[in-house]
Design a binder for this molecule. Structure first.
Ligand code: PMP
Length: 386
């Protein structure tokens, strides 16, 4: 499916539930509404549906079913992992969080510091990637947790999480890898990424909002954020059966999408970038130059001398949606913490736009975006010199 009235180039903010996911979820709202814990045939059916969804997530992530915990989304998954790690290593008082983490992790810092933990921020390189050497320099036997995301949700930069996970483990720390911006975009395999915790969110992969999962590596003690009897005593609360079924289907569909390969989206993304560079030769890419080091659907572009907010609003008026960074922080006109951590000036960060292409993007969408940008940048440029 694709919207016809507007061009959505903001799929990192969210995605619509796909037709397949919608069809899979519907019966579980009313036809079979039982509590999976109920001792009757309907309860058994609901329980079986949750088991099937867990199998789908496990297959998608290269994990075992008992390593999958259903949550309410990426935020809960990340925060449950941080809290669990701190409780499992009570003698260790330091956390290493990368400068480019999502606010669902960095937003914990004030509370953690009030509780007496020391938080060290791992700096990002100019390309937005985290250098394993920086993690090595900071990790020691007081480190409880290292958190470095797989793919950055603003630049698409792919971090060397295999190496970083090994470093965390050598120091005896847990490794949390926020996989929200990676899953469904690049192959993510828990067999090769040595994460103790890996988070994902349903609404970024055409599943329902308010659903997610946390991979918790087998053998690791897990301390629940919300104690209760469900999810093998790892998360209390009646299971969100329609949501979990929807997430299971979204994982299945994402696997099939990844099997086709990212080539088509990557080519369209490159067309968008090349088009922008020829319209506005001063434009620069924020993120790795080498396309194998960034997710295929993302372009974060700086338009020096042009306030991104103006471009964004002008694009919205033409029915084209992009963003200035994470949807979780827009509204506040602060520059992106991710771009600042890469060394961009405040002005350059406020001149940068994120384009994130959904699966259905067509060459027509890119043409339409470039012709709008041509008009907007042309007007802006003439105003700039006058
Ligand atoms: N991590 C990253 C990288 C994200 O982009 C987001 C969502 N913007 C989250 C975590 C939070 O996920 P959710 O919206 O499901 O809570």
């Amino acid at each position: 499916m694709s919207p016809s009235s507007f061009v959505d180039l903001d799929s990192s903010a969210t995605t619509p539930v796909s037709d397949r996911v919608m069809a899979a979820m519907l019966p579980w709202f009313r036809e079979i509404y039982a509590n999976p814990g109920s001792p009757n045939p309907e309860g058994e059916r609901a329980k079986a549906a949750v088991i099937k969804a867990r199998e789908s997530l496990a297959e998608f992530l290269g994990a075992e079913t008992r390593e999958i915990l259903f949550t309410s989304g990426g935020t809960e998954s990340n925060q449950a992992a941080v809290r669990s790690a701190l409780r499992a290593r009570p003698e260790r008082r330091t956390l290493l969080l990368s400068a480019v983490e999502h606010s669902s992790i960095l937003g914990l810092i004030p509370d953690l510091e009030r509780e007496g933990f020391k938080v060290s921020v791992i700096p990002a390189g100019k390309d937005g990637r985290i250098d394993p050497g920086e993690v090595s320099a900071l990790a020691d036997n007081n480190t409880a947790l290292v958190a470095v995301m797989y793919v950055n949700n603003e630049t698409g930069a792919i971090n060397p999480v295999e190496e970083i996970g090994e470093i965390a483990h050598r120091a005896g720390a847990f490794f949390l890898c926020d996989g929200v911006a990676a899953v469904g975009k690049i192959p993510v395999d828990a067999k090769t990424v040595p994460a103790d915790f890996l988070s994902l969110s349903g609404h970024k992969i055409h599943g329902p909002k308010g659903t997610g999962a946390l991979f918790v590596r087998k053998g690791e003690a897990f301390h629940p954020l919300m104690p209760g009897s469900q999810e093998r005593k790892r998360r209390g609360g009646t299971e969100n059966v329609p949501g979990i079924v929807g997430l299971g289907e979204a994982a299945r569909e994402s696997r099939e999408f990844l099997l086709e390969g990212p080539g088509r989206l990557e080519r369209l993304r490159d067309l968008l970038e090349e088009g922008v560079f020829s319209l506005y030769p001063e434009a620069r890419r924020n993120g790795p130059e080498n396309s194998s080091l960034r997710a295929p659907h993302m372009a974060n572009l700086c338009f020096p001398g042009m306030p991104a907010e103006k471009i964004l609003l002008a694009l919205v008026r033409e029915g084209i949606y992009a963003s200035m960074g994470s949807a979780c922080s827009t509204g506040a006109l602060d520059p992106s913490h991710v771009l600042l951590s890469m060394g961009l000036s405040r002005e350059a960060a406020l001149s940068s736009l994120r384009f994130s292409l959904p699966r259905w993007t067509s060459s027509g969408d890119i043409d339409r975006t470039l012709s709008s940008l041509g008009r907007i940048l042309g007007q802006g440029a003439s105003r700039r010199v006058s």
